[in-house]
Design a binder for this molecule. Structure first.
Ligand SMILES: CC(C)(COP(=O)(O)OP(=O)(O)OC[C@H]1O[C@@H](n2cnc3c(N)ncnc32)[C@H](O)[C@@H]1OP(=O)(O)O)[C@@H](O)C(=O)NCCC(=O)NCCS
Length: 304
């Protein structure tokens, strides 16, 4: 079985395979191939499709980014499993990645776009395949979960406190892109390019899934959701000089309410930083949830 490049016509069949396979992602399993299908500026999207009896039975989606080649999604139709299809997709992927000049294949830690920050350890067959194929664990990361069975809302007290501190909050608009970008670049140097891209993407959706806090004209906090997939909540950040007024809690409630209004049942805080666990736990009642291994393998024998 030689995988071929996928085309948009494959998407309905691949959505059905994903829906039948990603049981840990019931809210949007069918959407995942489509969400990861498109190419981001500066990256090359690889779509390998395995076909049998004239129709797709498996897909691998990856992203080439210089030295790094990110394996973003692999799935084989339940009835076609155990026949070496995923292994053939993985081998084709690694050949393609190495030929493009990549020195590492990685499952996880793709900052450009992702459905999961790594491999959910309960997708164990996939993890087993990676371990048997020479991949090793680079990091372990977690999501936190917020059940949206009641709709959160900022309390009048919390809003009054912001007002007393001279702060305002509202939904973001496309015209806020420069002010938000300036905030990200000014304050969050290590991750500013990621947050710059993510907030900009959010501001240009309709309605924008992002809420902002202002002191005068200056953005001093933001919280966004649904950027990479509908159930993902984040990023969120408050200017350190403005922390302690309750900005984060208010923005968080606005975001989660917006997610609930769009039908999300469980918000997942993706790839949560350990330092943020107490914040999400206290403000949103979030609980630690899914555990992911970020996996990597050196390609072509190059030591790295
Ligand atoms: C993981 C998955 C893609 C494997 O597809 P497959 O076509 O059945 O895999 P293959 O037949 O090519 O097997 C390749 C290797 O996977 C591992 N594997 C496959 N099924 C396994 C299982 N049930 N338990 C443990 N390991 C398993 C093995 O290492 C196997 O090779 P080996 O027998 O030589 O060790 C498939 O089970 C699947 O689609 N699962 C749901 C989607 C998923 O979890 N994707 C990962 C997130 S992106």
């Amino acid at each position: 079985m030689t995988p071929r490049d996928g085309t948009d016509d494959d998407l309905p069949a691949l959505g059905a395979i994903a829906a039948a396979s990603f049981d840990l992602d019931p809210e949007d399993a069918a959407e995942l191939p489509r969400l990861l299908w498109t190419e981001d500026a500066g990256t090359t999207r690889i779509r390998l499709v395995a076909e049998r009896d004239g129709g797709p039975v498996g897909v691998l989606l990856g992203s080439l980014q210089g030295d790094d080649a990110f394996l973003d999604l692999v799935v084989v139709a339940p009835a076609a499993r155990g026949a070496g299809i995923a292994r053939a997709l993985l081998a084709a992927w690694e050949r393609r990645a190495a030929a493009s000049g990549a020195t590492r294949s990685r499952a996880g830690e793709n900052l450009r776009t992702y459905a999961w920050p790594g491999v959910d350890i309960r997708y164990t067959a996939f993890l087993a395949m990676l371990l048997r194929s020479g991949y090793t664990r680079a990091k372990t990361v977690y999501n936190m979960d917020v059940a949206l069975d009641h709709v959160p809302a900022p309390t009048p007290d919390a809003l009054a406190r912001l007002e007393r501190a001279g702060l305002t909050v509202r939904r973001g608009e496309p015209g806020d892109a420069d002010a938000v970008g300036e905030h990200a670049l000014r304050l969050w140097s290590d991750i500013s390019d990621v947050w710059f891209r993510e907030t900009r993407a959010a501001l240009h959706r309709e309605p924008p899934p992002i809420f902002l806090a202002f002191r005068g004209e200056q953005v001093v906090g933001f919280a966004a959701h649904g950027i990479h997939r509908p159930s993902l909540y984040g990023p969120i950040a408050t200017d350190p000089a403005e922390q302690g007024h309750g900005i984060g809690a208010v923005l968080s409630d606005l975001c989660l309410a917006d997610m609930a209004a769009r039908g999300v049942q469980v918000a997942q805080i993706g790839w949560v930083a350990e330092t943020a666990i107490p914040f999400y736990s206290r403000t949103a009642g979030a609980r630690l949830g899914r555990c992911f291994w970020m996996m990597k393998k050196t390609l072509g024998g190059a030591a790295r």
